[in-house]
Design a protein around this ligand. Structure first.
Ligand SMILES: [Cu+2]
Length: 190
């Protein structure tokens, strides 16, 4: 999973607002250098063709999401969060984007609304057990995962068939945030 927790406090209102708040590229305006970097980072999360057609969103300092580039294929990619130790860009389908919004807003995702995400550049998380941990501690150490895909929003019975360890073997599929409303499958792809 992406390490969004550091910015959660600034984003509490996110569920109520559309991600597509602004479109910097509306009139074909040129990308700034930082936008180009964010686009490249975000696109690294998915296979090239998926990334090419995806909407790119950036997290602003004030916690709002800005649409950097409008896409066409239903996927949304977010660049690496620089507040975390490793690269963790992600690309997700519509249901997964809703799931992420629910997580950020601390509301329950809609049960059975299954979503799919790519994190082909890997990821870092403060904890495998606490969805709202902001930093590693003695019980919740930071876990680092390689390239993986994620299935979110599935029924509990689906996650019950996978390991639910606080300290998972990240080279095998495992459940992150097990037995919480935010449990999801993390499946390595390399
Ligand atoms: Cu992940």
């Amino acid at each position: 999973m992406y390490q969004l927790n550091k910015i959660v406090s600034g984003m509490m209102g996110i569920a109520a607002m559309s991600v597509l708040t602004t479109n910097a590229y509306a009139a074909g305006a040129k990308a700034s250098v930082s936008d180009k970097k964010m686009i490249a980072s975000a696109m690294s999360a998915a296979p090239a063709k998926v990334a090419k057609g995806a909407t790119i969103v950036a997290m602003e300092a004030d916690g709002k999401m800005r649409t950097v580039r409008q896409g066409t294929n239903g996927f949304t990619c977010m660049p690496d969060n620089p507040a975390t130790p490793g690269p963790d860009p992600m690309c997700m389908d519509k249901n997964a984007l809703e799931w992420v919004h629910a997580w950020i807003a601390h509301t329950n995702p809609t049960p059975g609304k299954v979503g799919f995400m790519y994190m082909l550049a890997g990821g870092t998380d403060a904890s495998n057990t606490d969805p709202f941990a902001t930093k590693p501690d003695a019980k919740n150490h930071w876990i680092k995962t390689g390239p993986h895909v994620m299935i979110v929003g599935a029924d509990a019975s689906f996650y019950d068939t996978y390991p639910k360890s606080a300290d998972p073997d990240v080279s095998l599929p495992f459940v992150m945030f097990p037995d919480t409303p935010y449990q999801h499958l993390m499946a390595p792809v390399k």
